[in-house]
Design a protein around this ligand. Structure first.
Ligand code: ADP
Ligand code: 5GP
Length: 213
């Protein structure tokens, strides 16, 4: 019997405005085999966002019902809205040997670490508070009040970086994407993730050795 290798749960996380979305979208372009986990949220769609692609947009009552049914791998209240990762899709794909990418906030990542410690946890941080603030302002998606709320959490969020496996300082975007890709490549090569494949390959070597005698 050959063993089936489990896939990789790649968790990209960090403060708001760190560059998670930008880096994940470049990673997904470079690796079309990545299965991106579409989150559920109670916030309203922004212009250009599509149901089922950007998020599953749901009413708070429905979201709370799903919490009760234990349907989330993790969920968090981020500022004024709920965000969560539907559990079934993620666990099914990982069990099938796929790489699943989660782009979630720090509270959520800490929950995943508890329930799925085998995940690969990457913390994205901009090179300075000033640059982070500048990028959030330039992005133009949040009101000044929301921006101030997000920036006020930074000290607490930075303290949690120590719980992650990898840290990427998102200074030059291309370098940050290259480093994220390197992490994925290295994780894919880990012996512990390839026991099934090794068994198949090694078996074929042994058969060849015997038949060439
Ligand atoms: P997050 O998803 O973590 O909230 P985003 O990916 O939306 O962050 O990035 C925040 C803003 O910073 C966006 O406007 C994005 O285009 C910009 N940005 C991200 N990475 C870089 C970078 N390395 N250099 C310059 N701007 C960046
Ligand atoms: P936004 O409203 O800007 O799309 O997202 C706000 C924050 O919520 C971001 O930091 C984003 O990474 C985070 N987020 C998105 N989806 C999820 C999720 O499923 N779970 C958690 N915990 N955070 C999420």
């Amino acid at each position: 019997m050959t063993m089936k290798d489990e896939g990789i749960l790649l968790v990209v996380s960090g403060p708001s405005g760190a560059g998670k979305g930008t880096i994940c979208s470049a990673l997904r372009q470079a690796y079309p085999d990545i299965h991106y986990s579409v989150s559920m949220t109670t916030r309203a769609p922004r212009s250009g966002e599509k149901e089922g692609i950007s998020y599953y947009f749901r009413k708070e009552t429905e979201f709370r019902e799903l919490i009760q049914r234990n349907a989330f791998l993790e969920y968090a209240q981020v500022y004024d809205h709920f965000y969560g990762t539907p559990k079934k899709y993620v666990l099914d794909q990982v069990a099938r040997g796929k790489t699943v990418l989660l782009e979630i906030d720090i509270q959520g990542a800490m929950q995943v670490k508890k329930t799925y410690p085998k995940g690969v946890f990457i913390y994205i941080v901009p090179p300075s508070l000033q640059i982070l603030s500048q990028r959030i302002h330039d992005r133009g998606t949040d009101s000044e009040e929301v921006i101030q709320k997000r920036l006020s959490q930074i000290t607490r969020e930075l303290a949690l970086a120590h719980q992650y496996d990898y840290i990427i300082v998102n200074d030059v975007l291309e370098q940050a994407v290259r480093k994220t890709s390197a992490i994925l490549e290295a994780e894919r090569c880990k012996l512990s993730r390839n026991e099934g494949q090794i068994e198949t390959i090694f078996k074929q070597y042994i058969t060849k050795e015997v038949s060439s005698k």
